[in-house]
Design a protein around this ligand. Structure first.
Ligand code: TYD
Length: 132
């Protein structure tokens, strides 16, 4: 069976006087990092994503602003996650169809287990729906 998407809470080191550091490293990351990318200045009326992946696993973090992530796994189980804490990430497994909406100030960082490969994408929803 497929893994499900889930929220990961990262350590929040610091205090309100000095500010905070959060860390994602070997102990709290379910894969070896091969790529980090970030998304920003997304207009509020735009939905990004709209795809799943054959091999890509990633963790999404809203390091600023708020991101609403809607997911669907093969078989039809849907979830909705709100990312608005810089110390909380969303693990997205393989074959997780997802769309994302951002507040105007949102900055999303993605930590991924593989390099960018267009052939890894499933961008056709009807193709995704054929997955069992
Ligand atoms: P895409 O993954 O579809 O963006 P989103 O899921 O945020 O809607 O990628 C958008 C474009 O950026 C697409 O043309 C591929 C390109 N891209 C790269 O070249 N390298 C990358 O690491 C990523 C994530 C995207």
């Amino acid at each position: 069976m497929y893994q499900k998407p889930y929220l990961v809470e990262y350590p929040k080191i610091g205090n309100t006087m000095q500010g905070y550091i959060s860390v994602s490293e070997k102990d709290n990351l379910p894969f070896e990092v091969k790529r980090v990318y970030w998304t920003y200045y997304t207009p509020e009326n735009i939905s990004r994503g709209g795809h799943a992946h054959h091999r890509l696993e990633q963790v999404l973090i809203a390091v600023a602003g708020k991101i609403i992530v809607e997911t669907e796994m093969p078989g039809g189980i849907k979830d909705r996650f709100i990312l608005e804490s810089p110390n909380v990430g969303l693990f997205m497994p393989i074959y997780c169809w997802h769309t994302m909406q951002y507040t105007h100030n949102a900055v999303q960082i993605c930590i991924a287990n593989m390099a960018y490969e267009e052939s890894d994408y499933i961008r056709d929803y009807s193709e995704f729906k054929l997955l069992k």
